[in-house]
Design a protein around this ligand. Structure first.
Ligand code: BES
Ligand code: ZN
Length: 592
């Protein structure tokens, strides 16, 4: 028995799934998906087929002739879930099942948790290893399959999937069946669906936005440039390979900024700043269409191949759209985030500061950090600087073409690098970047005039001298983020009060700015901001914001801790399960 991936029970010696047919009923009352999936294998099984499941109720399994197949669910593994072992020599299995009440990929929302407050909402978030809680499958990015899906839902609602929509049909009293087809083979973590009160608005020839009626107007404006972003990305990385690039605006509790589900990127509503200043997240998820969804990491050990390449691609898109200065500002934000995580992980578990990991027995959600993103990005920039932009561009293009629709390890990447870009060896310390802890001393540093200007303003403030109000008022959204980030973790209380009264930072609709300020102000112990912190924690479930805000409150004495605990009690039940886990861990850690 050879396992393919430390996070999956799938066995390399067994056949792989190449296509599946899924039929599920969506039951909002019972908070359950129920139906069946038929897995078509690339060859006949040799007696056993091992699948991943988590929290699934398996009713019956049969072959295509309807013959029942014996099966056994293994013991519960805290990280991987339960192995489902089917006894079969068939090349297809049909599994009748239902999801469990705590399915980790699903968030079921009451109407009160949506923008419109009238209809319920359900969505999946399968990355990293949650697809197995929605359907029994070989839940490893090593296995890719096409699929066909039917979702039977309550009639007034709309179903969407990260797939091509193939029509809808009334099927019974108050029920509609939606059909979808995914013609491109995907790894399981890119399986995605959502059901809610959704409207559709075209944004361009290849893009539409899905959102609740209440938010569609604002979102359509915020993402109005999506087609220009798409064309810019194609100019850099080649023709867009997934036909459609649609967007789904998620409810506020969506735990990420965005998720690159193919054909249908999921986006947090916190991107609606009113000034299009946070669309780099759209660029990031779009970039995954090449780096991640086409060339995929073989397991979470090589996650940097997905995210490091994508941050690099995101900043290239940004540079092409807005210029070098904007890309440099974003790189500076990335570097601040990386430094924070390096400091945290160097104490907690230095191994996790490596690009290549060994995550056997480790829950990927628990070790999520900026390391694969920003250290991966800097590694690619270091190589680009050695060989020059034109040569590196050709390399990236060759890399994407060579590995498209494949799942690769860091070893595969290094092998390709050795032949495609041999001059890098000896000039960039590959071993140190890939397997070393922390950041190499000669890691690339970004510079630009704008960045230097903002750095100077922040340095002044840190030295206790308040910059000219006019100089601050001139900063654009990204410059504000950089300025606040560079102020560090603490500021004298009168400075917090001054910044807020002059510039209204605690009430900004741009959440990057508001959260950067509130985390700084709360961490500095400026109690008047606690109310705004609590209101923010009650209104948004994006982990990027929850972590710094809870951390700041918990560092701010008994009063701050009390606010954190109250917010966790009131808002916690509305957070996504993964976000809830994060908040509970932060509170427990602070208490010990
Ligand atoms: N694929 C990730 C989100 C993710 C990672 C979900 C791991 C589950 C497990 C997505 O592409 C992402 O990185 N989102 C970022 C966007 C940012 C880097 C621009 C986010 O959510 O903040
Ligand atoms: Zn990403």
């Amino acid at each position: 028995m050879a396992l393919l991936d430390p996070h999956s029970f799938a066995d390399a010696a067994q056949p792989g799934t190449r296509h599946f047919r899924l039929a599920l009923g969506v039951d909002f009352e019972a908070r359950r998906l129920k139906g069946h999936v038929t897995l078509e294998l690339d060859r006949a099984a040799h007696g056993q087929l091992d699948l991943d499941t988590r929290d699934l109720q398996i009713e019956r399994i049969e072959d295509l002739q309807g013959q029942a197949l014996p099966f056994e669910l293994g013991p519960i593994d805290p990280v991987r879930g339960q192995r489902l072992r089917i006894e079969t020599r068939s090349d297809a299995v049909k599994i009748h099942y239902a999801t469990g009440p705590g399915a980790s990929a699903l968030q079921w929302l009451d109407p009160a948790q949506t923008a419109g407050k009238e209809a319920p909402f359900v969505y999946t978030q399968c990355q990293a290893i949650h697809a197995r809680s929605v359907l029994p499958c070989q839940d490893t990015p090593r296995v890719r399959a096409t699929y066909h899906a039917e979702l039977d839902i309550p009639a007034p609602l709309t179903a969407v999937m990260a797939a091509a929509h193939r029509g809808a049909q009334a099927t019974g009293p108050g029920r509609t069946t939606y059909r979808f087809e995914m013609p491109q083979a995907i790894p399981s973590y890119l399986f995605a669906l959502a059901v809610g009160d959704l409207k559709k608005r075209d944004l361009g020839p290849r893009s539409a936005l899905y959102a609740e009626p209440k938010t569609i107007e604002a979102a359509a404006w915020e993402f109005g440039e999506v087609d220009r972003i798409l064309r810019t990305a194609e100019g850099l990385f080649g023709p867009y390979p997934w036909e459609r690039f649609d967007l789904l605006l998620m409810p506020p509790s969506f735990p990420y900024g965005g998720m690159e589900n193919p054909r249908l990127t999921f986006l947090t509503p916190s991107l609606i700043a009113g000034d299009r200043s946070l669309v780099n997240v759209v660029g990031h998820e779009l970039a995954h269409s090449w780096t991640g969804n086409l060339v995929t990491n073989a397991s979470m050990n090589d996650f940097w191949l997905n995210e490091g390449f994508t941050v690099y691609a995101e900043r290239r898109i940004l540079e092409a759209l807005e210029g070098e200065a904007s890309a440099a500002l974003h790189a500076s934000l990335g570097r601040s985030g990386l430094d924070k995580d390096l400091a945290r992980l160097s104490k907690a578990d230095p191994k996790l500061t490596r690009l290549r990991n060994r995550l056997d027995g480790v829950d990927p959600d628990e070790v999520y950090s900026q390391v694969p993103y920003e250290k991966g990005y800097l590694f690619l920039v270091a190589m680009e600087r050695v060989v020059g932009r034109p040569r590196f561009d050709r390399f990236i293009g060759d890399y994407i073409r060579t590995f498209a629709f494949r799942s690769i390890t860091t070893e595969d990447f290094l092998g390709f690098l050795a032949t495609a870009l041999p001059e890098v060896k000896g000039k960039v310390d590959l071993d140190l970047w890939i397997d070393g802890v922390g950041l190499p001393a000669d890691a690339p540093v970004q510079a630009s005039e704008k960045l230097e200007h903002v750095q100077a303003l922040a340095a002044m403030m840190r030295d206790g001298r308040r910059p000219d109000q006019a100089a601050l008022a001139e900063l654009d959204s990204t410059e504000w983020q950089v300025f606040l980030t560079l102020l560090g973790q603490r500021l004298p209380i009168p400075d917090c009060a001054w910044l807020d009264s002059e510039l209204n930072l605690s009430k900004r609709s741009n959440l990057e700015i508001r959260v950067a300020f509130l985390a700084l102000a709360a961490g500095s112990g400026w109690a008047p901001c606690f109310e705004a912190v609590e209101a923010t924690l009650n209104s948004i479930g994006r982990m990027k914001y929850l972590r710094p805000l809870y951390t700041a409150l918990l560092s701010a004495g008994p009063e701050g801790r009390a606010v954190a605990e109250r917010a966790a009690r009131t808002a916690g039940p509305g957070y996504h399960p993964v976000a809830r886990g994060l908040v509970e861990a932060l509170i427990a850690k602070g208490a010990s």
